[in-house]
Design a protein around this ligand. Structure first.
Ligand SMILES: [Zn+2]
Length: 333
């Protein structure tokens, strides 16, 4: 977010909790922001950060936007604002990053008038060694320093870390709140479907709208459908998907898992709202009528296993080929 940070309409309760810390001048040393991605946890954490860095916050604890603290933050050059992130998405947060942090925290914050803030995201990317080292930051608090941990899977954090953090639980907004926000943002077409595809996360839905994700997903689905019909060369598709830079394979596999889950639901005669892909109903229902349930379950597991192995050293092209081969075989029965 550039310049002045802001909070989203569905974050009012979270913001009240954070404001209370500021107004009571009881800033927790560590906060754990949890909740699904795509609903603005990072923006909320940054808004709170800016308030802590601001030298003259407003009466409601919002950052003023004009002081030196706010200006440095907006320019992304504030010396008392640090971020700890993996070098690449999906990689671990190594111990070297935490060692560097410990060295930096040993010094005083540069501005006396405000706090120092460290954002660690995703906090669950800490490995055993770095989590142990990080524990030292929590056990030996440094002056006017606030550590903000952001995690989609807080249960993966060691209990020793979790127990030392105050919790900020960011819930997925109610559907009507998300829809009305999306409309205000100019997303006027297929809003419901976008939000369903984004599993209720409004920012992700907006991102999908801006990147024509519905059309892209349709293309992927059609290729998958043609493989089922034996009308597509699956090695070509695997190569094409592997090379597609616009789209992360994890997203494609999440879609695929959603298609298979819907086929299984149709096999049980389930209907909306349990269905995640209402626009593909006819095709998925047709597959439900002819595919064997037991093998569908196995294929579903297969998709999830492949997805979980994306960040390993295994060859992605090969994994994808194997997955599409088993999809093709499932359809040949
Ligand atoms: Zn300010």
């Amino acid at each position: 977010m550039s310049g002045q940070t802001a909070i989203y309409p569905w974050q009012a309760d979270n913001w009240r909790q954070l404001c209370a810390y500021i107004q009571q001048q009881r800033i927790p040393q560590a906060l754990l922001f949890s909740g699904a991605a795509g609903q603005g946890r990072r923006d909320l954490a940054e808004h709170y950060t800016q308030s802590l860095l601001c030298h003259t916050p407003l009466a409601d604890s919002s950052p003023c936007g004009h002081c030196v603290g706010c200006k440095l933050f907006a320019a992304q050059t504030h010396p008392d604002f640090l971020t700890i992130e993996p070098d690449e998405p999906g990689k671990a947060l190594g111990i070297d990053k935490i060692r560097q942090l410990i060295v930096k925290l040993a010094l005083k914050p540069q501005y006396d008038a405000a706090y120092r803030v460290v954002i660690i995201q995703p906090a669950d990317a800490l490995n055993n060694a770095s989590a142990n080292a990080f524990l030292k930051c929590l056990e030996e608090p440094t002056e006017r320093t606030c550590l903000l941990l952001i995690s989609e899977q807080p249960s993966r954090l060691p209990a020793t870390i979790r127990s030392r953090c105050q919790k900020v639980a960011c819930a997925t907004p109610a559907r009507e709140v998300a829809i009305s926000w999306l409309q205000q943002q100019g997303v006027s077409e297929q809003t419901e479907l976008l939000l369903t595809l984004a599993q209720g996360s409004p920012l992700l839905a907006k991102h999908y709208a801006e990147h024509n994700m519905i059309q892209l997903r349709q293309q992927y689905f059609e290729a998958w459908w043609r493989i089922a019909q034996g009308k597509e060369h699956l090695l070509t598709i695997a190569e094409l998907w592997q090379k597609q830079e616009k789209l992360d394979l994890a997203v494609v596999l999440r879609w695929m898992a959603g298609w298979v889950a819907d086929i299984i639901k149709y096999a049980y005669r389930a209907d909306s709202p349990a269905i995640a892909n209402p626009d593909l109903k006819n095709a998925l229902q047709a597959l439900a009528e002819r595919l064997e349930l037991k093998r569908l379950y196995r294929f579903y597991d297969n998709v999830l296993t492949t997805k979980s192995q994306l960040n390993t050293q295994l060859n992605k092209q090969l994994m994808l080929e194997q997955l599409l081969i088993s999809w093709s075989q499932l359809n040949r029965q």
